[in-house]
Write a protein that binds this ligand. Structure first.
Ligand SMILES: NS(=O)(=O)c1ccc(C(=O)NCc2c(F)c(F)c(F)c(F)c2F)cc1
Ligand SMILES: [Zn+2]
Length: 267
């Protein structure tokens, strides 16, 4: 089957053909209608807490759908907030658009941001690994960080510096200079949370989403570097009808929240 992607031919509106879960009722991303959010004292009473080991960021790969930094989960943990048990960091990656007026996956009161960073965690209290956890409704948690155009982001620059060596699909390289995921999070920890899914196929409905309210800055040049990745393998011709196979946009449009609850913690 033709590999899924973000073009007219293989993009988000075609995914349900090969991945029926993509048409489910617990899909992500969604528009955050801030008027609908309910503040929840139980969230306030259990602060979100994380511990990451920068030295455990191992490799960065061009997945064909973007860049992804794979992490050795050992030593990391995420607890509190809406979560039961301990979650471990598996990987982090980003979504962006062809220009900075769009690119985030979640929108806030209909407003898009230039990009969105996802830190993917799996429930190590209940499951053996990320792949198993991805099959259960409480298996995964993704911390989402909205990115807006502004100052150059020094921690993300360590990712940008590696992009030229993973220009084509399937290429990967060691992350030599440790990247600290904690340094990519916003200062204030207010967030929205709701039950959703992976935003790419197979779109498993196994994600507790935690989206920070405060955007973090990234520069135009850094966004341009993301768009220089190619979605096809070196030596192969470009399959996608994207502008010479450049990964200029890799965000899924929002899906209806439906009857799901949207909770918030912090102002
Ligand atoms: N954008 S996001 O919502 O933050 C997101 C988070 C994690 C994954 C992921 O782990 N994919 C690997 C993965 C597969 F590639 C599978 F084939 C599969 F069956 C999975 F369950 C699975 F998690 C994909 C998207
Ligand atoms: Zn993502």
């Amino acid at each position: 089957a033709a590999e899924w992607g973000y073009t007219k031919r293989n993009g988000p509106f075609t995914w349900a053909k090969n991945y029926p879960t993509a048409a489910g009722i617990r899909q992500s991303p969604v528009d955050i209608d801030t008027a609908l959010a309910t503040s929840d004292s139980s969230l306030e009473s259990k602060p979100l807490r994380w511990k990451y080991v920068p030295q455990n960021t191992r490799t960065i790969v061009n997945s064909g759908h973007g860049w992804r930094v794979d992490v050795d989960s050992e030593g990391s943990e995420l607890v509190g907030g809406p979560l039961e048990g301990t979650y471990k960091l598996q990987q982090f990656h980003c979504h962006w658009g062809s220009s900075s007026d769009k690119g985030s996956e979640h929108t806030v009161d209909g407003q898009s941001y230039a990009a969105e960073l996802h830190l993917v965690h799996w429930n190590s209290s209940k499951y053996a690994d990320c792949g198993e956890a991805a099959d259960y409704p409480d298996g995964l948690t993704v911390l989402g960080v909205l990115l807006k155009v502004g100052a150059k982001n020094p921690e993300l620059q360590k990712v940008i510096d590696l992009i030229p060596s993973i220009s084509h699909r399937g290429e990967k390289t060691e992350v030599k200079e440790a990247i600290d995921p904690a340094k990519m999070l916003p200062k204030t920890l207010s967030y929205w949370t709701y039950l959703g899914s992976l935003t790419v196929p197979p779109c498993n409905e196994s994600v507790t989403w935690i989206l920070f309210k405060e955007p973090v800055e990234v520069s135009e040049e850094q966004l341009a570097a993301f768009r220089s990745l190619r979605c096809y393998k070196r030596g192969e011709e470009c399959p996608c009808d994207e502008v010479d196979g450049l990964l200029i946009s890799n965000y899924r449009p929002t899906l209806p929240l439906g009857t799901r609850e949207l909770r918030e913690c912090g102002s």
